[in-house]
Design a protein. Structure first.
Length: 443
């Protein structure tokens, strides 16, 4: 029976590099991944991208940047805990438990790097525009089935891989040249838009780059365009679940969307410690109580998820584990209660829905403006048409990075991806300000 090997799964090979990867004691290659991501422009822009509360006036609530940092911190703890077992029981090619933690921490740091402005509404707006609007549907006739599928299933996960492997440091083959272990851990959906996975893990332009990652890590191949998940991706998923379920609830309590007493009840049930119950009563404010309980709850959930990973290790290595670690721990019923409460009264709160709804219109509006302009410019360049004055002026707003490289075919698909690169990279406030200027609302 086919089984993945940790020596390959922890591959230090850097995507696109001709130099052999090596795990060294003085500075882990996975720590270098972390540093490269931290200093990238795409990561920095997460400081003004929505986590839950778009364009929040309160400076307390989390953004995508703080959420990514918190998820990365949890992922490091999860990876190191699991790494003690992995490094004790298996050949890891010289990797230590801290290397396992560092690889997942780097992947977690980047897990939302491909998200467009204004949260998941931005992704849905792109899919809807391409599938259901006349302007989007016009493009289908000049694209092949795989290209059409990419945009119909447009997803921040695939955009994130594109950023890491191509858009950041675009002069390098492999972009940022992140290690394959980190990129494998990053891939929650290791397949194309036409694969068995419910979401798109990479676009056609990055298919060969992802195949290089999968081969280097020894990920089990399902078909020509999909693989079994890297086992460490399940720990990243657990870190994300733990982070957003606990922290979003804390933010909502701070904003008055849920009562503190409900947070206390649920978190104390997760912690299940008389000592913690006694100590929290001594804290002076609800804010301090919530912070203490959230920290304690995260610690309990990290230990439970790491134990669950170890328990299901053999299934994970054979590619037979298809669940979620946070759905198989003793605290699962409590997490489900928090999740349901969050869906009902936080994520669908009127203040959130109003801005998300506006963001949906904003992203579609910019696609309506930019896509026809760049296509007109392409036709003029090819001698098959003439661009309007408006198209020349509007297309000039696109930075040089978002024009096709000399080694790329200037196809409808390529041009559309470039526009999506530009829009997806925008912060929330930049997107709002630019759209207002383009529509003449603000000058």
């Amino acid at each position: 029976m086919a089984c993945m090997e940790w020596k390959k799964l922890l591959s230090p090979h850097r995507l696109g590099s001709e130099q052999p990867g090596k795990i060294t004691p003085e500075r882990s290659p996975f720590q270098r991944d972390f540093d490269r991501i931290v200093f990238s422009g795409s990561f920095r822009r997460l400081q003004d991208k929505t986590q839950v509360f778009p364009l929040a006036q309160n400076d307390y609530v989390r953004t995508r940047l703080t959420h990514s940092l918190e998820t990365s911190s949890i992922a490091r703890s999860l990876g190191t805990a699991a790494g003690v077992f992995i490094c004790r029981e298996f050949d890891t090619g010289g990797a230590h438990p801290s290397d396992v933690g560092a690889a997942i921490a780097a992947a977690a740091l980047a897990h939302d790097i491909g998200n467009p402005p204004l949260g998941h509404a931005g992704e849905e707006a792109i899919r809807y525009w391409f599938t259901d609007t006349p302007e989007g549907q016009k493009l289908h006739s000049s694209m092949n089935d795989a290209e059409i599928s990419d945009i119909k299933k447009y997803d921040g996960n695939a955009q994130g891989f594109r950023i890491l492997s191509r858009l950041e440091m675009p002069d390098n083959h492999g972009g940022m040249q992140i290690t394959c272990a980190t990129l494998g851990s990053f891939a929650k959906y290791p397949g194309s838009s036409q694969s068995i996975w419910k979401k798109c893990g990479f676009f056609q332009q990055e298919a060969e780059l992802f195949a290089e990652v999968a081969r280097s890590c020894g990920m089990l191949e399902i078909s020509s365009d999909s693989w079994c998940r890297h086992p460490l991706s399940f720990l990243l998923e657990a870190a994300d679940d733990i982070a957003y379920l606990t922290v979003d609830f804390e933010d909502a309590s701070r904003l008055g969307m849920i009562d503190y007493s409900e947070l206390e009840r649920l978190y104390l049930a997760i912690i299940d410690s008389p000592r913690s119950t006694e100590y929290v009563r001594t804290l002076a404010t609800k804010e301090r109580k919530a912070e203490f309980l959230r920290a304690q709850a995260i610690g309990i959930l990290v230990r439970a998820a790491a134990d669950c990973f170890i328990k299901h290790h053999d299934e994970l290595m054979r590619g037979e584990f298809n669940g979620s670690l946070t759905e198989l721990i003793p605290q699962t019923p409590l997490l489900r209660e928090i999740r349901q409460r969050s869906v009902n009264d936080i994520y669908n709160h009127r203040s959130v829905a109003e801005v998300v709804g506006a963001g949906f219109e904003l992203v579609q509006g910019m696609l309506d403006i930019f896509v026809p302009c760049v296509n007109e410019m392409a036709m003029e360049h090819a001698g098959t048409g003439q661009a309007s004055y408006r198209s020349r002026r509007v297309s000039a707003l696109l930075p040089p990075l978002y024009y096709p490289r000399p080694d790329e075919t200037d196809s409808t698909y390529t041009r559309l991806l470039r526009v999506l690169d530009y829009i997806s990279g925008m912060t929330d406030r930049y997107a709002v300000n630019l759209y207002q200027k383009l529509k003449g609302i603000s000058l």
